[in-house]
Design a protein around this ligand. Sequence first.
Ligand code: M6R
Length: 569
Amino acid sequence: MCGIVGMVSADEFYAREAVQRLKRLEYRGYDSFGYYYDGKLFKKTGHIIVPETKDRTKMIITHTRWATHGGVTDANAHPHRAGKVTIVHNGIIENYEELREGLKEKGRVFSSETDSEVAAHYFDEKLKTKPMKEACVDFIKDIKGEFAILVMIDREDTLYALRRDSPMVLGVGENINILASDIYAFSDVTSKAIFFENDEFAAVKSGSYTFYDRHGKEIKKKIQQFKWEQEESTREEYEHFMLKEIMEEPKAVRRLILSLETEQKENFGKFVKLMKESRKVTFVASGTSYHASLLGVYYLHKCGVEAQTIIASEFEHFVGVDRNTLVVAISQSGETMDVIEALKYAKKNRAKIASIVNVPYSTVQRMSEISLNIVAGQEICVAATKSFVNQVTLMLSIAREFGFRINTSNIPGKIEKIFRQKDKIEKMAKELNRHNDIYVLGRGLSYPVAREIALKIKEISYMHAEGMMGGELKHGTIALIEKGTPVIGLISNKDYDMLSNIKEVEARGAHVIKITNEMKGDFMVDTSNDGKFGILATIVGQLLTYYVAKERGLPIDKPRNLAKSVTVK
Ligand code: M6R
């Protein structure tokens, strides 16, 4: 997590412009922020505030933090300075304690609890005896852990950037170069990007750059010409990005369907072919993307395809992969560290890698032999909403190639019908707001949906929610049901087993809220298709979550302790 932006230009630019760019990356973390230019250091806890200053500069580094080592304090905010060196860092320096002790013995005094500050002292110490290029080679050798790091040296016109396992990209503009955690930071200025691979570093000036490998050998890098249809990143008339992004779902699904028939058609065909040729298909994902993969496995299983999915952070403990396995990663950001680590494990075991991502050119996409884009557009709210809908629509389109009966073209219209129940959902949210615990029950295709709705409720509404298999209730959790306990029951296609589970909790006084397609329920979804039920029922849950959180006055788009892109293990 954490976002970094560094700019170096031949002409002066407003310092506040860099902070505005950093704000585009605020979804990567928002515990504190800071910047450094021309001897001026600013750092503070809280969300990014673009400064009023009219200062102009030619070089600046900025940082937005998601705390790992050290609490959320001004002192722990980046940048960190030591002597003539100033740094910003994304990642974790695992051997920082050992390095810090060594540096302390040399008389270095530390002013923060972070692992990152070590890097500032490290470079300042090295520069006493070596040129920066050699210091970078040593750094890559000496550091255990992950880093995307920018280093500024007083009175020098070069910005240094080093990368291992944390994202870093150089945006190449006219007389300006921008280093950042991802292309959002500069996609309005240039469509030319150079992605850093692991253990590479670069010396970047206003009109030039030089890349080096871990040994300090100069390397030629390819400029990628990127096309990124960035959804307008303003909230428009909406109070929150979350609601805006939910409302964009019909448009996002239409865009995906069109793209699968046009620009992604060939790739889509190759992707399906690769799946068909593989002896074993294993999905890997985290959080919401994992729930989309569970639905995908359900659809594939219905048409006789053996597939499985494993949570990324536990991947290597629970699954064996080999050259006959196709590992399909699903990730909105394409930067989730757990997913990347799982892919490395898969690669080591010679599995084939495919992926389904939203952010093009992301690390996961670049690690894949073949990759499909869900083209959901930029998702700013930490909660995944439209990206989930498009991931599932894509999974349905894939399953159709294996025989799953589905017409995806009417999904947008059916989503719009859910939106018409908004007032009713809002009213229900007012009622739920009084509770601290909620249970969401599903079976079969609605089990992943139950987990997804519960995840949304937890992260955005701060309500304890358990999303579980209806059949598991009687094995323990039912002990928690008492008079008035809210339970969301997901009942698709007259699932009588699910109905029995609902009856069991009702008999113990639970207040059951039914989301269903065929029976009398609190919220109706208009489909008799198992595939579409998953999408539509989840959207009811997304809206419920949104309105409960709104009722509670919570920071909906930036819930506490979270970040959009989870780039730590
Ligand atoms: O970018 P990814 O899809 O890999 O992210 C995975 C999870 O971190 C993400 O889905 C997370 O669970 C969301 N905040 C859920 O709304």
